[in-house]
Design a protein around this ligand. Structure first.
Ligand code: PDD
Length: 281
């Protein structure tokens, strides 16, 4: 595999980052995941805009312009023959050398930019879309700036492990009784014909797939309400689903052991998945 590190395309085994990089020592970095379907990048502009915002919120210098990032994405897709898969991009703050809590001067310390691809043949035909996901709910104990897409992913990883231990696929996180989001996706329920999902704030990541799916839903005359919902409300809903750049739209059929609706993928989720994939391909 050919990867990109700070201006160079290299075989992955030759790619190197300093052990003093603050991304490694302090999770001082941000990332984006962009899917590729049929060789085409999905929602690149949205991911690029969110990256710019994450960098700005953390006073981190942008390592490249949006156009340069697009060119790197395309080059990696070509060099690695990616038909279906994803591109991972990470920017970390670099390091002035010694470990220090204070940020180094960005004029003297360049940030690090790393990208790599993962091939996932048949990504759009994930069989989980036919069976749906089972999830558990767990406390959301993350920090208060979940709108910034940082590489601090330890708690979401622990959440995935809790789900695995419980014999299910994923976990939704809950704060003050209300669902925030999934470990790596946004969370939705459907009541009648109304799609309900938490409103944007610093409590959740502003999903790029969320924005696209809500736009498509409104264009298809579906009702969308952006508000918080409780776990009990989710369990009593007609449908539930998640969205993310890598899962697209994925139905949820069970929450904490309780079947949602008929316990099979709902038609709103299934239709939104079809619309999203149709518009993307
Ligand atoms: N995760 N919420 C969280 C906590 C996420 O980590 C993600 C994405 C989303 C969905 O955002 P988007 O639609 O822009 O992918 C919501 C990515 C896919 C990941 O970490 O792999």
């Amino acid at each position: 595999r050919t990867v990109y590190v700070n201006g160079e395309y290299l075989p992955e085994e030759d790619a190197k980052i300093s052990i003093f990089d603050r991304g490694f020592l302090m999770a001082d970095g941000v990332y984006e995941v962009t899917s590729v379907l049929g060789g085409k990048l999905l929602d690149f502009d949205g991911h690029s805009a969110r990256l710019e915002r994450s960098l700005k919120e953390l006073d981190m210098a942008a390592p490249a312009t949006g156009d340069e990032l697009l060119a790197i994405h395309r080059e990696l897709v070509a060099r690695n023959d990616i038909v279906d898969g994803m591109i991972y991009l990470q920017v970390t703050r670099g390091s002035a050398g010694d470990r220090d809590f204070a940020f180094p001067d960005p004029a003297k310390t360049p940030s690090s930019l790393v990208l790599f691809t993962q091939s996932k043949p048949g990504l759009a035909n994930n069989p989980a879309a036919k069976t749906g996901l089972k999830i558990i709910t767990i406390d959301d104990i993350r920090w208060g700036r979940r709108d910034i897409k940082t590489v601090q992913l330890l708690y979401p990883s622990m959440g995935k492990m809790m789900a695995k231990k419980a014999g299910v696929d994923d976990a939704w996180m809950v704060e003050d009784g209300f669902v925030t989001e999934g470990t790596s996706n946004n969370a939705y329920i459907v009541k009648g014909n109304t799609i309900i999902t938490r409103a944007l704030s610093n409590d959740i990541l502003h999903g790029i797939t969320r924005a696209a799916v809500l736009r498509f839903a409104r264009e298809a005359q579906m009702e969308v309400v952006e508000r918080s919902f409780t776990v009990d409300e989710a369990k009593a809903a007609d449908e539930a689903f998640i969205t993310s750049a890598s899962a697209f739209v994925m139905p949820v059929v069970e929450i904490d052991g309780a079947p949602i609706g008929t316990g099979t993928p709902g038609h709103v989720a299934t239709r939104l998945r079809e619309i999203y994939l149709d518009e993307s391909l």
